[in-house]
Design a protein around this ligand. Structure first.
Ligand code: 4AD
Ligand code: MG
Length: 440
């Protein structure tokens, strides 16, 4: 015997007039005398199931009466088209059985504070808004991977336990690794994906990455997922074209397939429809000029000097000038990672770019052309206070058939926050890990 449903709510229209069995959870229930209205959710959608006392056995009506919010049940009934129903259909119930009881479900339709909801994240993810966000997340991940696969990229998985730093030494999570000393949770898969690139040409890695960020902002997680393409023979210019095509394809696919979820989230669709390549590009130098000329326009924004990094208000000011994502390119090498290729015409800046999302969602992509020359790379490793011996294998990539190459990393949660229009990154992942949160 199987307990599986014979239909799902998302595709219930294919069963109009038929009798089906649905299986799910009670989202909401109201009773009006001889009628009980159950909002059933099955993960694909919600539908109203109507229990009419006259049409069912006494035991079925009694079972319906005992159902509470989030109890699980299996419901059998006929699918009736109804223009007034949100999804266009309702279920006229014939049979019903409770599968698992739920008493005093902590999350009621009334307002709850964020702290309370975060403590109940394992239940909160059942709510309509969270459900829509996490579906968009799944779509972004699928779109990103499938687009790269179609473009001929090979997925190349990189280790999470590593011996070295790649994105600075101040935000590493360390752990004892048997007799071999300290290991660190990967901040990025990049260095290893570069080795994969030398084998396959076009690769990407995708997985969790870790940053022991002491910052408590709405954009930072300590554990986030990153997708990182890397391409042999690609220059900085090629890298930007790849990024704008990649991001446009993802956004357009979410618009096509997750319209309902965007609607649930009340996302401004027109803003997403504009996200089409090419994206504007400004240099770091131009960004500094812009900031110093107009910093009074954004709260908390201050003038800055050449060589300073941007804060969130600076990024907000920059993106306000544009109606789609914008590349800021050629940052000073001194404020970027050790592996970035210097601009041959201006060695003090790197052939790199950050892609800033519109509407103040911040940096969604960081990328660069990588250093080609073994001698320069070794020098940069030393200048950054790193131990050259730990990077022997990485330097080998420059000793055996080195090529100009470029790549980038897109943070999934930052991209989802922007695409879904969610202010805080904590809602874009099932179980966010932050400075003050490791439970549940
Ligand atoms: O700019 P980042 O640090 O770049 C790298 O890690 C490169 N190795 C990527 C590469 O070239 N292969 O991080 C890339 C992206 C950021 O643009 C942001 O979207 C996300 O990762 N990110 C974070 N997301 C959430 N919380 C954090 N603490 C993040 N730090 C970076
Ligand atoms: Mg960055």
């Amino acid at each position: 015997m199987s307990l599986l449903p014979t239909a799902t709510i998302a595709t219930i229209g294919n069963h109009a007039g038929e009798t089906v069995t649905l299986a799910g959870w009670v989202y909401h229930k109201t009773e009006k005398g001889k009628l009980i209205f159950i909002q059933l959710r099955d993960g694909t959608g919600t539908i109203q199931c109507v229990v009419f006392k006259k049409n069912v056995d006494e035991a079925v009506f009694a079972a319906a009466q005992t159902l509470t919010q989030e109890s699980s049940c299996r419901i059998t009934g006929s699918v009736r088209a109804d223009e007034r129903a949100p999804g266009g259909y309702e279920i006229d119930v014939n049979g019903l059985e409770q599968v698992g009881a739920s008493s005093d479900y902590p999350i009621s339709p009334k307002e709850h504070g964020t702290e309370f909801l975060m403590e109940h994240r394992h239940l909160w993810i059942r709510s309509a808004r969270q459900h829509a966000l996490l579906r968009i997340r799944a779509e972004v991940i699928a779109a990103a991977q499938e687009w790269l696969n179609e473009q001929g990229f090979i997925r190349f998985d990189t280790p999470l336990l590593t011996a070295t730093a790649a994105e600075g030494t101040t935000n590493l999570f360390a752990t004892e690794y048997f007799d071999l000393g300290q290991a660190y949770l990967a901040q990025t898969g990049q260095l290893y994906v570069e080795a994969g690139m030398m084998s396959f040409g076009k690769v990407y890695c995708f997985g969790p990455t870790f940053r022991a960020e002491k910052s408590k902002t709405r954009r930072h997680l300590t554990e986030f997922w990153m997708i990182e393409p890397e391409v042999a023979f690609a220059t900085h210019a090629d890298n930007l074209v790849l990024q704008e095509q990649f991001v446009s394809a993802i956004v357009q696919r979410v618009l096509e397939r997750r319209g309902n979820d965007l609607h649930t989230l009340e996302r401004d669709i027109a803003a997403l429809e504009r996200v089409k390549a090419p994206f504007p590009r400004i240099s770091y130098d131009e960004a500094i000029e812009l900031i110093n000329a107009r910093y009074t326009e954004v709260e908390g924004c201050t003038p800055i000097q050449w060589g300073d990094d941007f804060g969130a208000p600076h990024e907000t000011l920059i993106v306000q000038q544009f109606d789609r994502p914008v590349f800021v390119e050629r940052f000073p090498s001194a404020i970027k990672a050790f592996y970035m290729e210097p601009d041959p015409e201006r060695p003090e800046v790197a052939l790199c770019a950050d892609l800033l999302a519109p509407e103040g969602y911040g940096e969604i992509i960081g990328g660069s052309q990588r250093i080609y020359d073994a001698v320069l790379l070794e020098q940069r490793i030393q200048e950054h206070g790193l131990n050259v011996d730990d990077y022997r294998w990485y330097l080998d990539l420059r000793r055996y058939g080195t090529v100009p190459h470029s790549g980038f990393g897109m943070g999934i949660e930052r991209a989802v926050a922007w695409i879904s229009g969610t202010r805080h990154i904590r809602e874009t992942i099932g179980f966010p890990r932050m400075l003050y949160r490791i439970y549940p």
